[in-house]
Design a binder for this molecule. Structure first.
Ligand code: PEP
Ligand code: MG
Length: 755
């Protein structure tokens, strides 16, 4: 049956829309299982109905009832219990209720299984037969397996909702993960980043000169990319694999190929992507027809190169594409560069089909104060320009909102703005609890290139500068001189304040286009300090640049990411000293005129929690990276929307770790701060304060809120809450302790219900 299962799934996967997919599934299942009827019911939580979506066997006429209410009939029972039900004679079951107008009473045996995705019953899959009999175990497991696959098709790759589908006239609520709080109401701007050659529509150019320019730029970008990839991978690849890059480069230098594309733009007035499709397809057909196997395989090289050109073309979000005044950016996988390349004032919200609440895209969204939702089941087809609502508190998105929904969300938006005004009134104050405990509020920066200018209000320094951005915005590793410029701007801008710069932390979900790292487990792989210790030439240049940039301001602190053992610290310090000596020698400085900045490490790999004594001997400070710490502690990929509900920042184990860290840091007199997202979260900040943390580093967007809260509570009350929380059994309990407390203090508005 396995091959039949695969066959059914492939056919369903090929279907163009939801209706066809469901029809295909029931037809094929009926055929393969040799039953008389197969039906799919889909759950509608709003109307509390199980809608008849597809059937092969039931009479489906105008007088057939199209739904069962929740709890109604055997199908309702399967839905309610969330378990399969196998009955030889359905009419004997006390729950039996037949679907009016469907002729269902001609069937006796019944096998129904729930379609479950992320613990939610999305519907029920049913097989029925006239002959009264129990279905075999094999049949039962076949249907269950099919339902599981169906659930992941419906759930993960999207319900394949066809927006143009006439049946969807009412508002549609979709549930995802809350990645950045706030409400947004605006038209969707869909960025289809992984457009395949076959999917490109043939369109006329809107501006021939721009299309030519764009095309030339993309060719250059791809050539650079292929050559730098080749350079990087030279040592790691076999000769044959390495030769591939040569072939790619040749295609990109092939004048006949390039001129043919230019001609399509200039003479046929096609857009750049259409021209690539027309010419590449032509080449592919010609190559494929060749009898020589070497030559016929060149078709796939042409396809790859064309695909890469398209990739870069579709990643282009610039003034070439006319953006609406306000929009919600939507893509299968929103990237940092997508966000960086659209004007902030137009960006009302972000929806990423894939990705989790602690991904760097989510962090950037929060830093920018842009509401964001991730991990939704949705197809992007026909979504562009549709008016949508996103609720970043609840992680929800609403399609086709009606007038009353729009009014409701507009009201929430107004309330949110009122809260912002309240918070803004205290922006220039220091953060001191009502019983006099001063908290240093530090800024996280770096992911947002434009942030350096305007951060309103008082803060006590930069607690985390993520130095990746200058590396992400270039086509090659930035030079020392370039880096000096970037770092100097930052150090001078905050010259009266300490600025903690983290060394390059790529790997995981932060990739450089010119230095791709392909690994099975990138978060457990070549990341952060591991990579830069293996490439001292990168670390040395960066440290030298930081030290040079710091010459006049002397406010630099250097921080090392992803430390898991003391050896890494020792090795990194050797390199830092080497860089320091080199700069001292190069600029002919005395040691007095050139003090060594303070050096610290991030505590984000659980092992580092248990070597604080040893760390205290090596470094001046530690800073907790709660995003990664929680990811590694709970074994939950911070980017994976499937498990994002398990990414529990208030998990009792997280609380215990935070306690161990502060207790040890105190014991060994080591400065400790926290720069993960937990510090900027209202409940997180309250927990940290109650534990005794007094340096919280966060996005500018959260500062006002956290300061307002700190100024509104006495620390000893938070200590009492923490005392209780340390006894709690679950994250929910811990969260409830703090919500109740904040409610009592009249601060409940800072935590929205439903989150
Ligand atoms: C963290 O892991 O908490 C952190 C601050 O670093 P990043 O989010 O950049 O990985
Ligand atoms: Mg981290």
């Amino acid at each position: 049956m396995l091959s039949q299962l695969r066959q059914i799934l492939e056919r369903v996967g090929d279907a163009k829309n939801l209706t066809i997919a469901m029809d295909t599934l029931v037809q094929q299942t009926k055929l393969v299982m040799e039953v008389d009827c197969c039906t799919i019911y889909i759950t509608d939580e709003n109307t509390r109905k199980l809608n008849l979506m597809a059937t092969e066997g039931l009479l489906n006429k105008s007088n057939t009832q199209q739904y069962l209410n929740f709890g109604e009939g055997i199908v309702g029972l399967v839905h309610q219990k969330g378990e399969p039900l196998n009955l030889a004679n359905i009419a004997e079951h006390p729950h039996y209720k037949y679907l009016p107008g469907s002729q269902e009473h001609s069937f006796n045996s019944f096998l129904g299984t729930p379609i479950i995705h992320k613990r939610q019953v999305l519907g029920v899959l049913v097989a029925q037969q006239k002959k009264p009999r129990l279905f075999s175990e094999l049949e039962e497991s076949f249907l269950v397996t099919l339902a599981m696959h169906l659930a992941s098709v419906l759930g993960n790759s999207g319900l394949r909702l066809q927006i143009s589908d006439n049946s969807l006239a009412t508002a549609l609520h979709l549930q995802g993960c809350p990645a950045s709080s706030g409400i947004a109401i605006a038209p969707a701007h869909v960025v289809q980043s992984i457009l395949t050659l076959d999917e490109v529509k043939i369109e006329k150019s809107q501006s021939i000169s721009k299309d030519i320019l764009l095309f030339e730029m993309m060719v250059k970008k791809c050539s650079n990319e292929f050559s730098s990839m080749a350079l990087t991978l030279k040592e790691q690849l076999s000769k044959e694999a390495f030769a591939l890059f040569d072939i790619y480069s040749h295609v990109l230098k092939d004048k006949t190929f390039l001129n043919a594309i230019r001609a399509q733009i200039n003479e046929q007035h096609l857009s750049a992507s259409s021209a690539i499709k027309v010419v590449a397809s032509d080449y592919i057909v010609q190559f494929e027809a060749m009898s020589d196997s070497y030559l016929s395989e060149r078709a796939s090289d042409i396809r790859d190169v064309a695909q890469r050109l398209l990739y870069h073309l579709t990643q282009q979000v610039d003034d070439y594409i006319v953006l609406p005044d306000k929009f919600i950016l939507i893509a299968n996988e929103v990237t940092l560069s997508m966000i960086a390349s659209v004007p902030r004032e137009k960006l009302s919200g972000i929806v990423s089909i894939h990705g989790g609440i602690s991904s760097h895209v989510a962090i950037l969204a929060r830093a920018l104060g842009v509401p964001a939702v991730m991990g939704l089941s949705l197809s992007l087809t026909d979504l562009n320009k549709q008016l949508i609502i996103i609720d970043g508190y609840a992680g929800a998105m609403v399609l086709f909102p009606d007038a009353s929904l729009l009014k409701h969300y507009q009201q929430l938006l107004n309330e949110e703005n009122d809260l912002k005004t309240l918070v803004a009134s205290g922006e220039h104050k220091e953060a001191i609890t009502q019983d006099g405990f001063k908290v240093d509020i530090l800024l996280n920066t770096g992911l947002n290139a434009n942030q350096h200018g305007a951060v309103a209000g008082h803060f006590d320094g930069i607690g985390l500068y993520r130095s990746e951005l200058p590396f992400m915005l270039t086509d090659t590793f930035p030079t020392e001189v370039e880096q000096v410029g970037v770092y100097q701007t930052l150090l001078e801008q905050y010259q009266t304040l300490p600025v903690t710069m983290r060394t390059l932390d790529i790997g995981g979900d932060k990739q450089l286009s010119y230095f791709p790292i392909i690994e099975d487990n990138p978060f457990l792989g070549w990341r952060g300090i591991r990579l830069t210790l293996d490439h001292p030439e990168i670390l040395l240049v960066q440290i030298r640049a930081m030290l040079k940039a710091n010459l006049h301001t002397q406010n630099l602190r250097i921080m090392l990411p992803m430390i898991s053992s003391i050896n890494e610290v020792v090795e990194a310090k050797l390199l830092i000293h080497q860089a320091w000596n080199e700069v001292k020698y190069e600029l002919m400085l005395t040691a007095n005129a050139f003090p060594m900045p303070h050096i610290g490490v991030m505590v984000e790999v659980p092992s580092s929690i248990f070597i604080i004594r040893q760390l205290a001997e090596q470094v001046d400070f530690i800073s907790i990276g709660s995003n990664d710490l929680i990811q590694y502690l709970l074994a939950v990929d911070r980017n994976n929307s499937r498990v994002s509900s398990l990414f529990d920042s208030y998990h009792p184990a997280v609380l215990q770790c935070l306690k161990i860290i502060i207790d040890n840091a105190r014991c060994y007199q080591l400065e400790v701060s926290i720069c993960g997202e937990l510090a900027g979260d209202p409940i997180g900040a309250m927990i940290l304060l109650g534990l005794g943390y007094k340096k919280l580093s966060m996005n500018a967007n959260n500062m006002g809120k956290v300061k307002y809260l700190i100024n509104a509570v006495p620390k000893h009350e938070l200590e009492n809450c923490v005392e209780l929380a340390l006894q709690a059994n679950s994250g929910v309990e811990i969260r409830t302790i703090f919500i109740n407390y904040m409610d009592r203090k009249g601060l409940g508005g800072f935590i929205r219900a439903g989150k």
